[in-house]
Design a protein around this ligand. Structure first.
Ligand code: AMP
Length: 295
């Protein structure tokens, strides 16, 4: 069925309230916040929500608050027609596409800031980014009042930040982390992949290729420091790769694992996260490992 396209907050609230009135006992609302230019990664989140909820709301909003002054806000890819077709094919019931004016009618004075988790990884190189994310996600949560909200683990730090915000603020919303969807050759799907030229795209495969070796390296007994050296070396074998970070942290608290003990002894899940530039394009990727998977 074609989804309803909604551009106003009041109209979206009415759609959700109308659905809840029709299903007083069994209403379940799923929300997938996105910035559009949808791909199979987004589609997998929409499909999951459609399976688990009676109403699936997809939001498409390129949120200026989460972009730094020298980032790609103005050139971020946009294609509303294509997005609506993909949302429809994946099972979204409502697609919310607000204007900037609708979301920020006046300069915002209230923002949401999650401390600690946001000063590392992407937060270190993108100051203010996660305040922008937490603020827009919080606004969307308050507008839609979903039961479930779906986020991709490709942005693992975002999952950690949103889950912590939800817990700290006692929001009655279940945060559902979803597996990263990849191209056949391993490249994690991203709206930004279209910026890559042929050579950059081919060298970018080093990210997924090196991450796929991580479980074996951990099984072999590597420490955090050894793993970081190994993965950096492998990424540097591609001349166009410019590493912003390559780190091993616990998940979801994003703390440093003890430096001199083998990672396989970790009691907490481990996140190996990468941010690497190829030309002008900054790509991120990661692998998340649970203790039972590395023993
Ligand atoms: P974005 O439009 O990039 O802000 O992403 C919207 C949502 O889709 C976020 O929760 C992302 O983590 C998720 N997402 C993006 N790429 C992927 C992917 N390759 N696999 C799974 N989820 C993804």
């Amino acid at each position: 069925m074609t989804p309803r396209i909604v551009r106003r907050i009041a109209e979206l609230r009415e759609e959700v309230a109308g659905y809840r009135r029709q299903q007083p006992e069994a209403a379940r609302v799923g929300l997938i916040p996105t910035m559009g230019y949808l791909h199979e990664g987004h589609a997998s989140l929409i499909r999951r929500s459609a399976q688990e909820n009676g109403l699936t709301v997809l939001s498409i909003f390129v949120n200026p608050l989460q972009f730094g002054p020298n980032e790609d806000y103005n050139r971020y890819p946009r294609d509303e027609g294509r997005d609506i077709a993909l949302a429809s094919a994946s099972g979204a019931n409502v697609v919310f596409i607000p204007t900037e004016e609708e979301m920020y009618p006046e300069p915002i004075r209230t923002t949401v800031s999650v401390s600690g988790l946001t000063d590392r990884l992407c937060g270190a190189s993108r100051p203010g980014h996660f305040d922008g994310v937490a603020t827009i996600v919080s606004k969307l949560f308050h507008i839609v009042l979903p039961d479930h909200a779906y986020f991709g683990l490709k942005d693992a730090q975002q999952v950690a930040v949103v889950a912590r915000m939800t817990r700290d603020l006692n929001l009655p919303i279940d945060i559902v982390p979803c597996m990263t969807v990849r191209e056949i050759d391993g490249l994690a799907l991203s709206s930004r992949n279209i910026y890559l030229n042929h050579e950059e795209r081919s060298q970018a495969l080093v990210l997924s290729q090196s991450l796929s070796q991580v479980p074996g390296w951990i099984e072999d007994g590597m420490t955090e420091a050894e793993l970081v050296v190994r993965i950096r070396g492998k990424i540097r074998s591609q001349p166009l790769a410019d590493i912003e970070y390559a780190e091993v942290l616990t998940f979801p608290d994003l703390t440093q694992p003890s430096a001199d003990r083998p990672l396989r002894d970790s009691k907490e899940p481990l996140l190996v996260a990468l941010a690497v530039r190829f030309g002008k394009t900054r790509l991120i990727d990661n692998v998340l490992l649970f203790p039972s998977e590395v023993k």
